[in-house]
Design a protein around this ligand. Structure first.
Ligand code: SF4
Length: 356
């Protein structure tokens, strides 16, 4: 499908008019025509990766309350940022958020670069975020393509190639439609259309500003788009968590290494996570102390992006004079709230407390 120059102008106009009337009011968003705050736009875009608008709302407010500017965030301790991030998941985002804030504060005098190319040089900013911040915060004619925009464009052009192969075509078609004026509002309009009208299952084509142009609607295949290539099944990994409790009730937790999955967060000490047929003993030998271990019945399941994890918990009691070991710390159960514990570790704590 190909649009004439006049049709492209009409598509842009109808979308912007629709946005002026129906845009969502979101805490990080400025009203159409107002100047956005780049820090707010960047923070929200990082938080919104893999996370819903409803979940992000309170976190965004809490971050701004605590760190009102990017320089304040740069001056924060990483542990405090990770702790405030608890519950949003994908903690690499939080570590990069902090790194990026430091770079903006030290190398750019606290001001975000105002072009896609400049933004791409910052830690944790990939092509999507660079395009989104450049368009929304600086009104540059960039063309961010998130999941919502991907859906709208694939339907408008009735693109039947499955994801991810269709991505370059979507990007190209989306860029060709982006208007030179108000590109930020236009990008947000497409995001809003995808979130509220061109929804995954039942697009409300009858009230869509693009209904007259949409090939997906005309051919009746819109609800099936974008098609997706079947994903291979996620592998399962297994491991042990070692629940060490002192006579006075304190338990052992430790800080994970800075790099890698859940880096810098706290954990109930654990073994490596290995393939399901890995020898048990190798993992049991990774216990943080020599002790008599008792296996707690049941396991703790958790799904990460690339694998499922099944953790068995081994428990032991020790005296109050045992050292916590490198990166370890003793804490009361209530005191756990002071540490950045990822969801999988919270599940392990709940499992141990319930079954011991
Ligand atoms: Fe989506 Fe329907 Fe609008 Fe096409 S007409 S963009 S399928 S809501």
């Amino acid at each position: 499908m190909h649009f004439t120059d006049q049709e492209i102008i009409t598509l842009r106009q109808t979308m912007l008019e629709w946005y002026d009337r129906h845009h969502r009011t979101l805490p990080w968003r400025s009203e159409p025509g107002d100047t956005p705050n780049p820090y707010h736009v960047w923070l929200s875009e990082i938080m919104l990766q893999q996370t819903t608008v409803i979940t992000v709302g309170p976190y965004f407010a809490a971050f701004l309350n605590r760190w009102p500017t990017v320089t304040d965030l740069a001056n924060a301790e990483l542990d405090d940022v990770l702790h405030a991030w608890q519950g949003l998941g994908y903690y690499a985002r939080a570590r990069n958020l902090h790194k990026c804030a430091k770079a903006v504060a030290s190398d750019y005098d606290g001001k975000f670069p105002d072009t896609e190319e400049g933004l791409l040089k910052l830690p944790g900013i990939g092509p999507y975020t660079a395009a989104a911040v450049s368009a929304i915060a600086f009104n540059r004619p960039s063309s961010p393509v998130d999941g919502n925009i991907e859906r709208v464009i694939s339907r408008l052009f009735a693109l039947e190639t499955p994801l991810p192969d269709v991505k370059p075509e979507i990007k190209e078609k989306s860029a060709a439609l982006t208007p030179p004026d108000r590109p930020g509002d236009y990008a947000q309009a497409l995001m809003d259309l995808g979130a509220t009208i061109c929804t995954p299952r039942n697009p409300a084509c009858g009230i869509c500003p693009w209904q007259a142009f949409c090939d997906g609607r005309k051919t009746g295949i819109a609800p099936e788009l974008p098609r997706k290539r079947k994903k291979p099944a996620k592998p399962t990994r297994v491991g042990y968590a070692f629940w060490v409790q002192r006579d006075d009730g304190q338990i052992l937790i430790r800080r994970r290494p800075e790099s890698g999955l859940l880096g810098g967060l706290y954990e109930v000490p654990g073994s490596e996570w290995r393939a399901i047929d890995a020898p048990d003993q190798i993992m049991k030998d990774q216990a943080p102390i020599n002790a008599d271990w008792q296996e707690i019945s049941g396991t703790v399941g958790h799904t990460f992006t690339h694998f499922h994890l099944d953790v068995s918990v081994l428990a032991t009691k020790v005296g109050n004079d045992i050292a916590p070991g490198p990166d370890g710390v003793w804490t009361s159960i209530d005191g756990l709230a002071d540490y950045a514990l990822p969801t999988v570790m919270k599940k392990i704590v709940r499992h141990a407390l319930k079954n011991l």
